[in-house]
Ligand binder design. Structure first.
Ligand code: TTP
Ligand code: MG
Length: 423
């Protein structure tokens, strides 16, 4: 439907190799900071929460590649980052700290990053008929109708260069006939990477890669695969699919297919998510309140961060407690208006969970729902900035962005109504 009218028979693309691009910005938040503070170019830059002077609580959102050489990385505690890379401002006054071994720390400014992301998206929608936005700095493009395999690398370079020239951030691009191979390819030569995996060579490309690079394999699955003697994609591709299915269920089959380069998913424009949730299981049922509340806090923070990253406000906060044997209990509370307020999520989640504090619980979850997506360029983000929380939304329903640039984007340039988000 999103490809426009098709003539039956004439445009039967069955069996044709798609040309899929996966575009992912390099150290995105840090690149954004460099855009408005060009002195940071080439310097170690760390972006995260809790960087106000005297603060050591908080976590790293991202680090520039220079900062990564010191061992600073996403999701690290700020205290750990500071051990590896002291603040530049401290190095300037403390002769004990070498200037070249210090870095620039900046707090997260989602509103600004969303505005940069909107500019990138505008270019992506201009370059492709079908775009699936996956996160603030990442998207899949189906450009089969726009180019040909013989010149696909030139096309991808054109997209890269446009983003660099018109927005000023660097992206890495992977080109492949499948979404999963394109994603792996975009990561292959980061930063500033461009990797093309030609049709027919996907399996060969994947073969030497270690299993955690496969789509859907996290540290836990990777450990299990290793325990089964499967270290690389080639090992998984050569394994008995029934063994994998026996071990991982349906996901085992998917792993097997992906390792062999089989992935027939089409790039589909994304519908808006209805909720964000995170769950976590204990090794065995836990009765004491402390570890359960700790887990609730961690999940609440993760869910709130995800919502922030996606530019979503939420009106409902919920928890889930699975009690033995398999009773799933959910509780939720609605707020007077949509908010982006991590502390509030944590507080409400704790309150909702209170009735389970003394019963054995084997699994926990936190969810935010009733989402509203706010165009980054709308002035309404003030509500979120003031961190006030529950206040009423100045946001969601207003469709008239203050600044035309991004609200005019894609809808007009490629005539799709499928963009879903931010409208
Ligand atoms: P990523 O694309 O995963 O990371 P990145 O763009 O910083 O670096 P890379 O060059 O490896 O792609 O995530 C995009 C942004 O999302 C990132 O700049 C900051 C934010 N983010 C977090 O806030 N917390 C996290 O744990 C991660 C992984 C990302
Ligand atoms: Mg990125």
């Amino acid at each position: 439907m999103q490809d426009g009218p098709r003539l039956p028979g004439v445009d039967d693309r069955e069996g044709e190799d798609r040309i899929v691009l996966h575009v992912d910005a390099d150290c995105f938040y840090a690149s954004c900071e460099r855009l408005r503070e060009p002195e940071l170019e080439g310097e170690p830059v760390v972006v995260g929460m809790g960087y106000e002077p005297g603060e050591t609580a908080g976590a790293v959102a991202t680090a520039s590649y220079e900062a990564r050489t010191f061992g600073v990385e996403s999701a690290q505690a700020i205290s750990a980052a500071l051990e590896r890379l002291p603040r530049r401002v401290d190095a300037e006054t403390d002769p004990e700290i070498a200037l070249e071994e210090s870095g620039h720390y900046r707090p997260v400014d989602m509103e600004y990053y969303q505005s940069v992301a909107a500019e990138v998206r505008e270019i992506l929608h201009d370059c492709a008929d079908v775009v699936r936005e996956v996160s603030i700095d990442e998207a899949y493009l189906d450009v089969t109708e726009r180019t040909a395999w013989a010149v696909a690398d030139g096309f991808a370079r054109h997209v890269k260069n446009r983003i660099q020239r018109e927005v000023g951030v660097t992206v890495s691009v992977g080109v492949a006939p499948t979404m999963s191979a394109a994603k792996i390819a975009s990561d292959f030569e980061k930063p500033d990477g461009l990797t093309v995996v030609e049709p027919g060579s996907v399996r060969e490309f994947l073969a030497p890669l270690s299993v955690e690079l496969l789509h859907g394999v996290g540290p836990v699955t990777a450990r299990e695969l290793r325990a089964m003697g499967l270290e690389t994609a080639a090992d998984v591709a050569a394994a008995d699919p029934r063994t994998l299915e026996g071990r991982f269920g349906e996901r085992g089959r998917e792993l097997y297919d992906r390792a062999r380069g089989d992935d027939d998913r089409r790039v589909e424009p994304k519908g808006l998510p209805k909720s964000f949730s995170r769950e976590s299981a204990f090794a065995e049922a836990v009765e004491e309140p402390e570890p359960k509340y700790d887990r609730i806090e961690t999940l609440a923070a993760a869910v709130a961060e995800r919502a922030t990253r996606e530019g979503a406000l939420y009106r409902t906060v919920g928890v889930k407690a699975v009690t033995p044997p398999f009773d799933v209990n959910t509780r939720e509370r609605s707020l007077p208006g949509p908010v982006d307020d991590p502390d509030l999520v944590a507080r409400i989640a704790r309150e909702l969970f209170a009735e389970f504090e003394d019963v054995p619980v084997r699994k926990l979850g936190v969810r935010v729902a009733n989402l509203e997506f706010v165009a980054a360029e709308q002035a309404s983000l003030e509500g979120w900035e003031s961190a006030g929380g529950v206040g009423e939304s100045s946001s969601g329903s207003s469709k008239t962005g203050e600044e035309p640039s991004a609200s005019e984007r894609a809808n007009q340039s490629c005539g799709q109504s499928s963009l879903g988000d931010f409208s």
